[in-house]
Ligand binder design. Structure first.
Ligand code: B12
Length: 146
């Protein structure tokens, strides 16, 4: 089976680079073909890269606390540009300060993300498998829609 394509990056004006490199290494080592856009990536740059590479998932990071603003309308923009379905994950320190993890998670699920990873719940160990399941679920949905 061909490797599944994913796009990775840190959204907005966020320059935190360390986690991004770890995610790149992790997913590359676990069977994915990763297009890593690095830091300070706009919504449209994620979408452009996903279209160019035929990616089936976009993995967004945000560490500096402004994910809500940076990700506003992201799912809608993906749909508008023809990325439907696509797996959308987000992880990191998504909001400013200490907040109830469950509330933050719900907030981003409501914005259209499929999964939300808020520390300390960001163990990567099972992520490769979960991502594969989510991508296969989308492929199944697409096949049924035809
Ligand atoms: C190093 C650092 C910096 C460095 C970054 C250097 C660089 N180029 O990388 C510098 C000094 C530049 C910096 C700047 C700032 N920082 Co800073 N920084 C940190 C610090 C100490 C470590 C970040 C790090 O490298 N962590 C290690 C990596 C491995 O972990 P990670 O990034 O969390 O990523 C992992 C997980 O989150 C998860 N993950 C992340 N994304 C995703 C996505 C998916 C899909 C999945 C599955 C998992 C996942 O997996 C990753 C790998 O394990 C953190 C505090 C901390 N302890 O986290 C603050 C921190 C992130 N910074 C913070 C802030 C506020 C800032 C500034 C705004 C400060 C300022 N006023 O200028 C600026 C922002 C600048 C900008 N434009 O981005 C805050 C954010 C607060 C918030 N969100 O509530 C933090 C949390 C510090 C704090 N406690 O206040 N910072």
């Amino acid at each position: 089976m061909d490797k599944m394509q994913v796009v990775l990056g840190v959204i907005g004006s966020d320059c935190h680079a360390v986690g991004n490199k770890i995610l790149d290494r992790f997913f590359s080592d676990n069977g994915y073909s990763v297009t890593n856009l690095g830091v300070m990536v706009s919504q449209d740059e994620f979408i452009d890269a996903a279209i160019e590479t035929g990616a089936e998932a976009i993995l967004v990071s945000s560490l500096y606390g402004h994910a809500e603003i940076d990700c506003e309308g992201f799912r809608e923009r993906c749909i508008e540009r023809g990325l439907d379905p696509i797996v959308l994950y987000i992880g990191g320190n998504l909001v400013v300060g200490k907040n109830d993890r469950a509330i933050v998670e719900k907030q981003f699920l409501d914005m259209g993300f499929d999964r939300v990873f808020v520390p300390p719940n960001t163990e990567l160990i099972d992520q490769a498998e979960i991502l594969q399941e989510d991508i296969l679920k989308n492929r199944d949905l697409s096949t049924r829609a035809i």
